[in-house]
Ligand binder design. Structure first.
Ligand code: HEC
Ligand SMILES: [Cu+2]
Length: 464
């Protein structure tokens, strides 16, 4: 044996030695919006990931069903969390009930197809392959079986986080949020089981743009929650198949952005960050002020007309220095006329106003808070914003109408015989403002109420 050979053998020895000695563990997989726990190890491991592809019918929006093709039975698929230098032993099973083969392309893998060819699996079979995660970062995985556009459009994507060797800075809460679009034969809101429209997918004309796989997946009882003073990290992915997301949280500023899911903070103090199709981003921010924060794709009709909205609900003590809420609303007379001041919101002093003054105030609230959507005269926009003018829905049930303004509204409603299925956000008005604006709309625009809506009625309706 030549000296050179000995040196080579010695050089190779430690590598194979660590591989053999690598501890084996099973990955903890979580469904969105949950994130697997941070990695505590300070050494690499062989991590076993077991996933099953499942084709199943479930809810895309209220009254709308879709045959999703999934990893793990959910859209997005489970989140995987490993450590830089780990070796992943991946087992992909395709459920026996599946109609087509599936596979997985993990953007975290280095090698042709990211695992696609190695993992192509017929229904009722299991494929195994392994790869080493050399590069840390937040990566998308997706099915890459032909026709790829169809498999991705049907819901086959998820995220894998490869933590850097030295971990990520600790935070109080982490969330897994993935945007994607759906292309259905029926238009947005058309009921029933909706097949994929491959034509619309090719034209990039989605009917639904959603977070976490369906309209409302992050709304109502599914809203994500935090407390004031906490540091939040969001792992954001975009399954596409086509659109780029302009991700924004209304009322928050991202303190740090790890652009495109890389491991460096690429920018600080950011309002809206891009998430490329088949890409990701990580954002962190601190929550200072309690309230509801609306997550949107700021390509804004996707949010308010196609479903890309979610809620982060922050609870805790208000910080009036950071955000006061509305302190007063005064009538502005440019010609130097008298200024009438009307205390509203949380101001302790309460002034009993005449019904005429309340209606005047209600009109102002309407013009500043409602008219942008419901239009002048409450005439609405057909198919998008329901009319408040001569609205049977509005007049049928006072408590229900109050709750629309205090709690927001989503899902299908029928106003004057026309269906609407969109989202009205929570508007954060004081009880006085709600009483005033409800009094105003119920007595105007051809609606025939004679009575005023009182603050007590608002308080009562809200809590029901
Ligand atoms: C960002 C747009 C937007 C704003 C601002 C808005 N709404 Fe709405 N509103 C909607 C949408 C969209 C719906 C329908 C929701 C659905 O179909 O699920 C709706 C529904 C309603 C309804 C029930 C349907 C009807 O026509 O009777 C009432 C009442 C209503 N809004 C009142 C108000 C009032 C009062 C304000 C202002 C204080 C307001 N909205 C501000 C978008 C908005
Ligand atoms: Cu597939």
């Amino acid at each position: 044996m030549k000296l050179g050979h000995i040196v080579l053998a010695l050089a190779l020895l430690p590598m194979s030695w660590t591989q053999d000695k690598m501890p084996i563990e099973e990955a903890t997989l979580t469904y969105a919006p949950n994130v697997p726990p941070a990695i505590k190890r300070d050494h690499p491991a062989r991590v076993q990931v077991k996933m099953t592809t499942i084709e199943k019918v479930s809810r895309l929006a209220d009254g709308v069903e879709y045959t999703f093709w999934t990893f793990g039975g959910a859209v997005p698929g489970p989140m995987i969390r490993v450590r830089e230098g780990d070796i992943i032993d991946f087992m992909l099973s395709n459920h026996p009930d599946s109609k087509v083969p599936h596979n997985i392309d993990l953007h975290a893998a280095t090698g042709p197809g990211g695992g696609a060819a190695a993992s192509l699996t017929a229904p009722g079979h299991t494929s195994k392959f392994s790869f080493k995660v050399i590069n840390p970062g937040l990566y998308v995985y997706h099915c890459a079986t032909a026709p790829v556009g169809m498999h991705v459009a049907n819901g086959m994507y998820g995220l894998i986080l490869v933590e850097p060797k030295f971990g990520l800075p600790p935070v109080d809460r982490e969330f897994y949020i993935m945007q994607s679009e759906f292309y259905t034969v029926g238009r947005n809101g058309e009921r029933g089981l909706q097949p994929l429209s491959m034509e619309k997918a090719i034209d990039e004309r989605p009917d639904y743009v959603v977070f976490n796989g369906s309209v409302g997946a992050l709304m109502g009882d599914n809203a994500i929650e935090a407390k004031t003073g906490e540091k939040i990290r969001m792992y954001l992915g975009n399954g596409g198949p086509n659109l780029i997301s302009s991700f924004h949280v209304i009322g928050e500023i991202f303190d740090d952005v790890y652009g495109e899911g890389g491991t460096m903070i690429s920018q600080k103090n950011v309002q809206t960050t891009l998430i490329p199709a088949g890409g990701s981003a990580m954002v962190t921010f601190r929550t200072e002020v309690p309230g509801n924060y609306v997550l949107v794709d700021h390509s804004i009709t996707r949010a308010f007309n196609k479903g890309a909205v979610g809620i982060l609900k922050v609870e805790g003590e208000p910080d009036l220095e950071v955000y006061s809420g509305k302190i007063s609303n005064t009538v502005y007379h440019p010609e130097g006329g008298t200024i009438q001041s009307m205390p509203i919101g949380k101001t302790p002093e309460k002034v009993a106003l005449s019904p005429a003054k309340v209606l005047e105030h209600g009109k102002e609230i309407y013009e500043t808070s409602c008219q942008a959507c419901h239009q002048a005269g409450g005439k609405g926009i057909p198919g998008v914003f329901p009319p408040l003018a001569k609205s049977d829905w509005l007049m049928a049930d006072l408590n229900r109408s109050i709750r629309v303004v205090t709690n927001g509204l989503s899902g299908e409603i029928v106003v004057n015989g026309v269906k609407y299925n969109s989202v009205m956000p929570v508007l954060h008005l004081s009880d006085e403002d709600v009483a005033a604006v409800m009094s105003y709309v119920r007595q105007n625009f051809g609606n025939n109420a004679k009575d005023m809506v009182t603050v007590e009625q608002v308080v009562k309706a809200k809590s029901e």
